[in-house]
Structures are given as structure tokens and as C-alpha cells.
Design a protein around this ligand. Structure first.
Ligand code: GLV
Ligand code: GLV
Length: 328
């Protein structure tokens, strides 16, 4: 019989079609995230699972999947939802979808930057409500973008792509990471590596591009907001828990920063309700990689990782390649 692959939520059709060419494929029929119980039940007896960033893949789930399971192919570049060490222990491969969503995510960081700086969303809502009574010199005054300083936290693929796109806006680019990144500096001529404090103090826009790890949880909290300019805007297209959301609400209330553009929130799908009260805040439902092309490529990439794993080959985007020797 064909190997049995479980997909935890409907993906773009080309990805499902590719999986179906090779495998017996079962997909969560509901248009929602699986409950914990459903996840534990549905991973049982599968040769491979395609998981989403909303599925917590921990030891219990890996144990439920059992010996037969070769791979959890995550449909995301971020993999903080998967206990990779536990997967390695269990002899299960893990893969992600790096590279294909880099520019799409960076584009959305810019969409948030523009939308927040110029209050695009609140102004649109104002029009729709019929509140525009004629041109007003004081209506929806925002922040300039051209010529300002962009601070990039995290100099990986997405941070680099976001910084690169600033070139037409004559911006000064500062970046911070655990160490200087020559590739970033090559891609963004004139960019400067600085410590976190300097970046926070000098940037007009601070854009987050680090993965969520123990060390990056609440990377931006009370202390950081106090260091930032009162006119600064925080952009988060990475993971919600990197920002202390209660501290963000307080910083906005106290005028410690000017605004925030968020594609991710601390407890998705929930967010601090007070955030919705600010015209200078834009909140989106985790759509940074959501273009038709990119979501299709992510699906094909996850499918190719499954195909490789079930052919006893190294998946192209494997996060724990050591497992393969063990499986053989
Ligand atoms: C989306 O958040 C991803 O990690 O791909
Ligand atoms: C994060 O996933 C990055 O590549 O910057």
C-alpha cells in the first residue's frame, strides 16, 4: 500500500496534488486548527505528517505518532512549534520552508511600516464611516519614512530582505544580531552593526526578524520601550511572544513609542484588546507569507520534504539530518 500522509489543515491545491501523486493523503476536513485531542489521534499510524505553526508538536505528539512516522514537515519557516530535540530523540525528521517566503514576508513588513506610519487603516475606516467632512490640515498626521533610520533586529534572510527594500527611501540602516553579519552588510551597503541599546535609541522604525527561542521571548519589553524614541514605530512580522504585549500597550499609552505594526500577537489568535483602541496600531492575522505564489511554493516544499523522507533520502530542508543514519 501507498504510504499514509496526514495534513493538519487544507493547503494550496498544487501541494495536495503533489502529495497525492505519491501517497495516500488524509487532510483535516475542518476549516480550523485541530484540537489537541484531534492532533494526538490523527498523527497515529502515519508515515509522515505535514504540520502547521499552530500545531504544538511536542514529545507527547511525537510519541503518539510512533515508530512508523518518518517526518514532520512543517508548513512554515519558523519551527518554534516543534520540539526538534525530542523529534531527533524519537528518530523523526523535521523540515521547514525557508527561502521561498523571504521577500513576501519582507514586503509585508513594509506594508505594516507604511500603514502604521501613515495611519492608513484608521484613515480608511474613517472614510468608510462617512466621517470625512473636508480637507483638514490636522487630519491623520503620521510619521515620515524617507530619510529616517531603520533598525533591524535579526540579520537572517528576512531581516536582510527587509533592510534591502529601504534603499529607495534613503534610510540609514542599523542592525543587531548575536554577531556581525558580512552578508547583511554586503546586501545593504552602508548598514551598521550596533548593540541592541544603540539600535533601540537611534531607530525610527524597529523591525523584528529573529526566531522565537527562550532567549528571544520578550526581547522587547518595558526596558526596551523606554530606550526607544517617542516617535518610534515597532514592526513585528516574526513571532508574537518576542514582544511583551502588556508592556507594548503600556508603552503606547504612556507615549514611550508612537506606534506598532503587528502581523503576529503574543497569544494568537488573541491579542491585548486595548491595542485595537490606537489609530497608530495596525494588527494583521499572521499573513506575512500569504501570497498565492508563496503559499503554493511553501506547500510544494513541504511535499518535497515528505517525498524525500519517505524515499529514505535527506529532505532538502531538514532541520535534524542526523536522524537519517539512525532511521537506516
Ligand atoms: C510563518 O510565520 C512562518 O514561520 O512561515
Ligand atoms: C527568519 O526566518 C529569517 O530567515 O530571517
Amino acid at each position: 500500500p501507498k504510504p499514509n500522509v496526514y495534513v493538519t489543515r487544507m493547503l494550496p491545491k498544487p501541494a495536495i496534488d503533489l502529495l497525492k501523486e505519491h501517497f495516500h493523503v488524509e487532510i483535516n476536513p475542518k476549516n480550523r486548527v485541530l484540537t489537541r485531542d484531534e492532533l494526538l489521534k490523527n498523527v497515529q499510524g502515519r508515515d509522515a505528517v505535514v504540520s502547521l505553526l499552530t500545531d504544538i508538536i511536542d514529545e507527547e505528539v511525537l510519541t503518539a505518532a510512533g515508530q512508523k512516522c518518518k517526518i514532520f514537515a512543517n508548513y512554515a519557516v519558523g519551527y518554534n512549534n516543534i520540539d526538534v530535540a525530542a523529534a531527533t530523540e524519537s528518530g523523526i525528521l523535521v523540515s521547514n520552508t525557508p527561502g521561498v517566503l523571504t521577500d513576501t514576508t519582507a514586503d509585508l513588513a513594509w506594508a505594516l511600516l507604511f500603514a502604521t506610519a501613515r495611519q492608513v487603516v484608521a484613515a480608511d475606516k474613517f472614510m468608510r464611516l462617512g466621517q470625512y467632512l473636508g480637507w483638514d490640515p490636522l487630519l491623520f498626521l503620521g510619521q515620515d519614512i524617507t530619510g529616517k533610520t531603520l533598525g533591524i533586529l535579526g540579520s537572517g534572510r528576512i531581516g536582510t530582505a527587509t533592510a534591502k527594500k529601504s534603499i529607495g527611501f534613503d534610510m540609514k540602516v542599523l542592525y543587531h544580531d548575536i554577531k556581525p553579519n558580512p552578508d547583511f552588510e554586503m546586501a545593504v551597503p552602508g548598514s551598521q552593526f550596533v548593540n541592541k541599546e544603540t539600535l533601540l535609541k537611534q531607530s525610527d522604525f524597529v523591525s523584528i526578524h529573529v526566531p522565537l527561542l527562550e532567549a528571544t521571548k520578550h526581547l522587547i519589553s518595558d526596558r526596551e520601550f523606554k530606550l526607544m524614541k517617542k516617535t518610534a514605530i515597532l514592526i513585528n512580522t516574526a513571532r508574537g511572544p518576542i514582544v511583551d504585549e502588556k508592556a507594548l500597550v503600556r508603552a503606547l499609552k504612556d507615549g514611550e513609542i508612537w506606534g506598532a505594526g503587528l502581523d503576529v500577537t503574543e497569544y494568537e489568535p488573541d491579542f491585548e484588546s486595548e491595542l485595537a483602541e490606537f489609530d497608530n496600531v495596525v494588527i494583521l492575522p499572521h499573513i506575512a507569507s500569504a501570497s498565492i505564489e508563496t503559499r503554493t511554493m511553501m506547500g510544494l516544499m513541504a511535499a518535497r520534504n515528505v517525498i524525500a523522507a519517505l524515499n529514505d533520502e535527506l529532505p532538502p530542508n531538514c532541520l535534524n539530518p542526523g536522524v537519517l543514519n539512525h532511521q537506516r
